[in-house]
Design a protein around this ligand. Sequence first.
Ligand code: BJW
Ligand code: ZN
Length: 240
Amino acid sequence: MPSLSQAAAWLASSERVVVLTGAGMSAESGVPTFRGLDGLWRNYNPLDLATPAAFAANPTLVWEWYDWRRSLVAATRPHAGHLALAQLELLGHQVTVITQNVDGLHHRAGSHHVIEIHGSLWRMICTGCQQLQLNRQPRLRTLPPLCADCGKMLRPGVVWFGENLPPLAWEASLEATREAALLLVIGTSGTVYPAADLVPLARQNGARIIEINPDDTPLSALADLTLRGAAGDLLPKLLQ
Ligand code: BJW
Ligand code: ZN
């Protein structure tokens, strides 16, 4: 059976589906990936900016990067692949989307069970009183932004290297993964942990694994089937 038909048959027969997404999921909406050639920003490697040390050394620079990404994402829309994942719920599957992305595109596409394990561009945390604040302004008025309550600096509500993932989100991700009949792994290089650990966990618990990615990744070897191509092209075909 050709791989797309095989994948479609496995999907159709799986009630509990977990989808693990990475930056490649949003690429066709126009959001740059981290490790792709389009990832560079003002000659900085994004991975050097996604650390507590970078923020401590130069909060304005790191905020300028996040402010740029917020305005970029605000101008994008979910693509056919995001919509196909939302559609999967309407077909009667129990779908949990575990995303490493901070752009909110799965929510905007209509997926109801989205776990944002690396946080969100639209959240901020006060470095003084630790208050969580939601803010959807595409461009902030002052950088770095300050807490209206205590006057201390706000930080982006995302997870940087060396920081723990939000405990409840991570627990919920583990639970959904253990119970999944099928894991779709879409648009992630599979190089960042503990997110990448979800793939062997699903396998140990008997789930089938389908990877969607134009390139080979360290997770490809764990997949029962790999669809080589773009999420926005393949996901609608998978549901057809
Ligand atoms: C397409 C496509 C299309 C393109 N369609 N596909 C175990 C072993 C080794 C190290 C560690 C370990 N456990 C923990 C660590 C340390 C560290 C880590 O993983 N390091 C590795 C780099 C080695 N992890 C952490 O620090 C994590 N915290 C933690 O473990 O806490 C416990 C702890 C505390 C203290 C000390 C030690 C441990 C936190 C990780 C946080 C990652 N944060 C970032 C930034 C988030 C905020 C932001 O967005 O600004 O998350 S970094 C960045 O990488 C971002 C992403 O979510 C993440 C993953 O990247 P992703 O999504 O895979 O993107 P790319 O660009 O890499 O790949 C894109 C893919 O798409 C490619 O494959 C393309 O081919 C594909 N593609 N077009 C489909 N159209
Ligand atoms: Zn505060």
